[in-house]
Design a protein around this ligand. Structure first.
Ligand code: AP5
Ligand code: MG
Length: 210
């Protein structure tokens, strides 16, 4: 069987990164995530300025920059978990042109829960592992269980920027959700359960689709 090609859609904090890790562990596919790629290249000079200025305001980085990241990342993959892209209709059309998908899954979580998840999230400065001060705490506060690295807060996880990111999702990315829904390709997954419960539902959908 070829490796699954899974697109994870969902608002900021829905658990796209968390569930992508499960897809990667289960199927050995690549995690293609524009957010992580941009964070690793925040000060890269582009024709449109640096990613940092957009990201720290909670705004979308211009399409040519992210389209190229995804094109290059998908070029040599068999299967993948794609997370954070497409975020507007023009990106969705670009993606259509460069790959096909086995599953488009939307993780649905209400806004109040998203705020709590994002403002409490902590990331390992060393290996990038994902924690939450309340929902997924490390054994020792502020220290990564896996590599012992320091846990830090993402620059865009403050209250005001989180609100802006959620508004940007409603305005720009909800049309992408509707686009896949209209095509009959969208599978909705309740993202409110524990990470394991959400994974169980997602895993079933991937198995059914491949
Ligand atoms: P990006 O990095 O993609 O951020 P995002 O979409 O805002 O999503 P997050 O990473 O914040 O959330 P997530 O869904 O991955 O949730 P997670 O698993 O971490 O993008 C950042 C910025 O980059 C954008 O604002 C934009 O500027 C730019 N950008 C990126 N892609 C772009 C594109 N295509 N076009 C233009 N610009 C782009 O979980 C969140 C927290 O909740 C964690 O602490 C986790 O431990 C916890 N958690 C997860 N699941 C559960 C659960 N089931 N129960 C309880 N807690 C949970
Ligand atoms: Mg993420």
């Amino acid at each position: 069987m070829s490796q699954p090609k899974v697109l994870l859609l969902g608002p900021p904090g829905a658990g796209k990164g968390t569930q992508s890790s499960n897809v990667v562990d289960e199927y050995g596919v690549d995690h293609v995530t524009t957010g992580d790629a941009l964070r690793a290249n925040k000060d890269m000079e582009t024709d449109h300025g640096t990613p940092r200025e957009y990201m720290e305001a909670g705004e979308l980085v211009p399409d040519p920059v992210v389209d190229e990241i995804v094109r290059a990342a998908l070029e040599d993959t068999d299967g993948f978990a794609l997370d954070g892209y497409p975020r507007n209709l023009s990106q969705a059309e670009y993606l259509d042109d460069i790959t096909d998908l086995d599953l488009v899954a939307l993780l649905e979580v209400d806004r109040e829960e998203l705020m709590a998840r994002l403002t409490g999230r902590r990331i390992c400065d060393g290996c990038g592992s994902n924690y939450h001060v309340e929902f997924n705490p490390p054994e020792e506060s502020g220290v990564c269980d896996g590599c012992g690295g320091e846990l830090i807060q993402r620059d865009d996880d403050d209250d005001e920027t989180v609100r802006e990111r959620l508004d940007v999702f409603d305005e720009n990315t909800q049309p992408v959700v509707d686009y896949y829904d209209d095509e009959g390709e969208l599978v909705r997954i309740d993202g409110h359960g524990t990470p394991d419960e959400v994974w169980e539902a997602l895993h079933e959908e991937i198995e059914a689709a491949t």
